[in-house]
Structure formats: structure tokens, C-alpha cells
Design a protein around this ligand. Structure first.
Ligand code: ADP
Ligand code: MG
Length: 291
């Protein structure tokens, strides 16, 4: 096997992101809708920070703000101490929806970023080859996205992001929609990549098991408008394997407290503000003794 030279590791890790008292609204005047409220947290350099919160709470909005696609209505976001004022090649977003070009092979998709910048050099081809190998797709390098399984497409997506050597990888529910077994394998796969490269990462999910398995630091956010409910250091040793994490007392303890927080927040978004909704909450409280 050819030796893999990490494209993404620049020691010491860089890309510490500070989100400072950020609020964000869509629309203006009486149509304004606040989606993010007084949010503050740090994405530590070299760590895998996972954000978990109910669907529709504002997580992708926070990603767009960190990526610089939108400006926060209030507060500030910085990377390594410098304010973020727009998109930059130091941050790269991997979205849930596949963004692979269907007319390009796995290999050409991987090379897309450097080629778009005019860097079609022998070095970058070597890099692309070792990345394609690192994501286990050497035998599939000439296949087109439709000829690849969902898991393989996700791995091309990772290679295509990593070749650009961003300081920070931002992943917005990257494994959503994969079948359970492929998803589990992708979680182990990305976790192992992180253990190898220690690349700063911000990973957003709605899946508690995925969140705890992946995270160095877990940020639990509320129902819309999103605010930080809790920040937990997931002090579970690495390397991690999915089969071990279910038996880890610390991981289970974090899971239980995160679940109860998330359940409360998810219920708020589930029932909304109607009379039927408040009746549902009352009935639930009576039945369970919880408010
Ligand atoms: P999540 O990623 O947590 O599911 P989003 O950030 O996608 O949540 O969305 C949060 C809320 O903001 C949703 O109610 C959504 O409808 C609304 N929203 C998202 N993008 C826009 C936009 N461009 N204009 C108006 N509302 C938006
Ligand atoms: Mg989203």
C-alpha cells in the first residue's frame, strides 16, 4: 500500500472558532423570525466538536454564519482571533445533500477544488490518489457517483473536502439518510480519520448516539431560537469503537442527561403553541410526573 501523507495535518492544529453572543433573524419588521439567540461557544482547534439539537432549531443557520455565507444580526464570530466577514478557504462545509458532480468520476470529483484554482500539478494528483486510497476507493476511482453506494459517495465527499486542506471541516448532518449499518461504519470511519489527523471539526447532528460516539465536546442546543443548553466534554478515551461505547459508563451517563434535555426541547418544537399542544404537554406531565 502506498504511504499516505496527510494533506490535512498542519501542526499545531489551527482554526479555533469563537461564536460570541450571536443572534440571527430571518426577515424584517413584523415578519422577522429569530432563529439563533445569544449563542456562545468555542470550537477548539484540533478537536471534534459536535452540536446536537432538535430538527429545525437553527443548526444549519449557525453553520451558514460560521461558514460566512450569512452575517449574524448580532454578535461576532472569529477564527484564530480574526473576525469572520465572509466565506474563506480555511473553512469547508460538507452538506447532507451530496454535492458531487454526477458527470465526474470519484477521482475527478476529488480533484475538483484544486483544479478550479488552476492547481493541476503532479503533486496534487499524488495527493488525490492517496486520499482516494485513504477513503478506501482506489478500485472505484473511475466510477461515477451513481455507480457508487451512499457510503462511498460520502467518502468521496470527504476526500473532495480534505484535499483543499481547510483548517476547519464543518459537517452538516453528513450521514443523514444512510442506512443504519453504513451510517455506523461512516461514524467509525470519520472518527478514525479524526484520531489520525486531529483536524478541527464542527459536526452537526440530530442523532444522540452518533453525537456521543464522535464528540470530544458536545454542545446541546435548544428548540428554536437556538441557544446553548449545555456543553459537555465527552471524556471517553480514543480510539473509540461503536461496540465499546455502548458499554462505557461515562458515555451512557452523558447520553441520559443529554436525552432528557433534548426530549424537553424536541417536545416544545413538536407541539408548537396551540391549545391541543398545551393539552398534550399537560397530559404528558400528569402521566410522567415531569414538566
Ligand atoms: P436546522 O438545521 O436545525 O434543522 P435551520 O437552520 O435549517 O434548522 O432552520 C431553522 C429555522 O429557520 C427553520 O424554521 C427554517 O424554516 C428557518 N429558515 C432557514 N433558512 C431560512 C431562510 N433563508 N429564510 C427564512 N427562514 C429560514
Ligand atoms: Mg439543518
Amino acid at each position: 500500500m502506498a504511504e499516505f501523507t496527510p494533506a490535512t495535518l498542519k501542526h499545531p492544529p489551527q482554526g479555533e472558532i469563537r461564536v460570541d453572543n450571536v443572534s440571527h433573524s430571518y426577515g424584517v419588521g413584523k415578519f422577522a423570525k429569530e432563529v439563533v439567540k445569544d449563542c456562545g461557544f468555542t470550537i477548539e482547534a484540533g478537536k471534534l466538536t459536535v452540536m446536537i439539537g432538535p430538527s429545525g432549531c437553527g443548526k444549519s443557520t449557525l453553520i451558514r454564519l460560521i461558514a460566512g455565507f450569512e452575517k449574524p444580526s448580532k454578535g461576532s464570530i472569529s477564527i484564530d482571533g480574526k473576525p469572520i466577514t465572509g466565506p474563506g478557504k480555511d473553512r469547508l462545509v460538507v452538506f447532507q445533500e451530496t454535492a458531487l458532480f454526477p458527470w465526474m468520476s470519484a477521482y475527478n470529483n476529488t480533484l475538483y477544488g484544486p483544479r478550479a484554482r488552476g492547481e493541476d500539478t503532479p503533486e496534487i494528483h499524488r495527493e488525490a490518489q492517496s486520499l482516494v486510497e485513504r477513503v478506501g476507493l482506489t478500485a472505484f476511482r473511475n466510477k461515477y457517483p451513481t455507480q457508487l453506494s451512499g457510503g462511498m459517495q460520502r467518502r468521496v465527499e470527504l476526500a473532495r473536502a480534505m484535499i483543499n486542506n481547510p483548517k476547519v471541516m464543518i459537517l452538516d448532518e453528513p450521514f443523514r439518510g444512510l442506512d443504519a449499518m453504513t451510517k455506523a461504519l461512516m461514524q467509525e470511519y470519520y472518527s478514525a480519520l479524526h484520531e489520525e489527523f486531529h483536524q478541527t471539526a464542527f459536526f452537526v447532528t440530530t442523532d444522540i448516539d452518533e453525537a456521543i460516539f464522535m464528540a470530544d465536546r458536545l454542545i446541546i442546543v435548544s428548540n428554536i431560537p437556538t441557544r446553548v443548553c449545555a456543553v459537555v466534554e465527552v471524556d471517553v478515551p480514543r480510539p473509540r469503537r461503536l461496540v465499546d461505547i455502548y458499554e462505557n459508563d461515562r458515555a451512557n451517563q452523558i447520553k441520559m442527561s443529554a436525552l432528557s434535555m433534548l426530549h424537553e426541547e424536541a417536545m416544545k418544537s413538536f407541539v408548537g403553541g396551540s391549545k391541543a399542544a398545551s393539552d398534550f404537554v399537560d397530559a404528558y406531565s400528569k402521566r410522567t410526573g415531569k414538566t
